[in-house]
Design a protein around this ligand. Structure first.
Ligand SMILES: Nc1ncnc2c1ncn2[C@@H]1O[C@H](COP(=O)(O)OP(=O)(O)OP(=O)(O)O)[C@@H](O)[C@H]1O
Ligand SMILES: [Mg+2]
Length: 411
């Protein structure tokens, strides 16, 4: 691998490889909606960004000059997972299955099962609609970005048709599992933990948006927020990430891709992707946290299937707000905190992207809400220690659906 986002990155290599380009074509089943920029523009955008972006330094994170990724063979990762045995399965998403594996702390080489450091290994399913392009994007972006609220990519494997990614292990799995899976072994997330998770995820997005060459994440949703043993939130899955607009432009134009229920309305309608389109997705997750309901649920009655369309009007009404809050967290927050959270959610969900707050302001607003502590009788509601600790295997039930428009490259 060369410099981050540089000319010798995997991104470039793939464009020189017809085999892999074909592979990525096979995986995408898309419908063209809007005009796209050419792939050469995309390449130069990557290259131009390098020189400036690698200079950036953020006190709470950094952009690495060189990706620091370990290259694994397929045999290595077979060894690390008992040949992808089903008892090491952590979950499954649109890209493929995610397994638990073990590597040596220091060398990151596969180690004896059960010894060394636990990692999560994502293996592309050849049938996947998400494919080579998203795998590449993950390696190119996440390999260079380092921040406490972004999941750490440790390495990858690219061997013929086998594409895998190796990440730090996030002991409590995804926010989606905690919010929506009605598993009696998983206690509902407390209000304080929901706010803590929101602050962490907001800091991750704020970091991406902070540099001159902003990164637009494009797929913000509860299943892409992973939780470590202490409920620290980290954003995962950079498959759809894009560089933000340059040269004074307000947006980039792309093929429309994302997840139903989370994607910003202007983006779905026009393919114009703004940094603020991520803020909308963040607002949707905030609404999910407050209500305990999924962004999109086709099992709900007509008119209630899209959470934002259904409940956004209730956020500005104090009386209605009480009725939409998740019953599992009643008594854990003050009405002031709920009101402030509702106000912030509304701002993030503004139809006009310009009216949405920047993520830095969202972080500050959430920290003010976090400071509003409530003492619940006989119990400090701040404590999250009573939450169940194990990572539960996520069955491959799909409650959220990725969409993309038409054939053709996303640039
Ligand atoms: N680093 C990790 N540590 C622990 N578990 C993980 C890790 N990455 C993923 N998982 C588990 O695997 C599941 C599937 O993740 P994946 O990102 O493949 O799909 P998804 O986010 O559910 O869907 P999508 O394909 O739309 O992103 C997660 O919900 C989580 O339970
Ligand atoms: Mg994901």
């Amino acid at each position: 691998m060369g410099n981050c986002w540089g000319s010798s990155s995997l991104h470039e290599q793939s464009h020189n490889s017809s085999t892999n380009q074909d592979a990525s074509r096979n995986y995408s089943n898309t419908m063209e909606l809007s005009a796209t920029t050419s792939s050469s523009n995309c390449r130069s955008q990557f290259s131009e960004a390098v020189s400036e972006i690698v200079e950036e330094r953020n006190p709470d994170g950094q952009i690495l000059e060189m990706p620091n990724l370990k290259v694994y063979t397929f045999a290595d990762l077979k060894n690390a997972t008992k040949n992808f045995k089903s008892d090491t399965l952590l979950g499954e998403g649109g890209f493929g299955k995610v397994y638990k594996g073990w590597v040596d702390h220091r060398t990151l080489q596969p180690s004896k099962i059960g010894s060394g450091m636990v990692v999560a290994i994502k293996k592309l399913n050849p049938e996947s609609m998400q494919g080579f392009e998203e795998w590449q994007s993950e390696v190119n972006f996440l390999g260079c970005l380092s921040h406490p609220n972004l999941v750490k990519l440790l390495g990858y494997c690219w061997e013929e048709k086998e594409l895998l990614l190796v990440y730090e292990f996030m002991a409590r799995g995804s926010l989606e599992n905690h919010l929506f899976r009605r598993n009696p072994a998983i206690e509902p997330l407390s209000w304080d933990l929901r706010i803590k998770i929101s602050v962490g995820a907001a800091k991750g997005l704020a970091f991406l948006h902070a540099s001159d060459n902003q990164v637009i994440y494009r797929d913000f949703k509860a299943s892409n927020i992973l939780l470590d043993g202490n409920y620290n939130a980290k954003i995962s899955d950079f498959g759809l990430a894009k560089f933000g607009p340059s040269g004074g432009n307000s947006h980039v134009t792309t093929r429309v891709m994302g997840t139903y229920g989370y994607a910003a309305p202007e983006y779905v309608a026009t393919g114009h992707l703004y940094v603020k389109s991520d803020v909308y997705g963040f607002g949707v997750v905030l609404l999910e946290m407050m209500t305990g309901l999924r962004a999109l649920d086709t099992k709900r009655a007509n008119g209630q299937q899209n959470l934002v369309e259904w409940l956004k009007p209730s956020l500005s009404n104090r009386r209605k707000l009480k009725t939409i809050m998740d019953v599992r967290i009643v008594g854990q927050y003050s009405s002031k905190a709920a009101l402030q959270a509702a106000e912030l959610t509304l701002k993030c969900l503004e139809t006009d992207p310009k009216k949405r707050p920047p993520m830095k302001e969202v972080v500050e607003a959430l920290e003010r809400i976090e400071a509003l502590k409530v003492k619940v009788k006989g119990k400090d509601s701040q404590s999250g220690s009573s939450q169940s600790s194990s990572h539960h295997v996520q069955q491959p039930a799909r409650h959220h659906y990725r969409f993309q428009t038409s054939n053709g490259a996303d640039n």
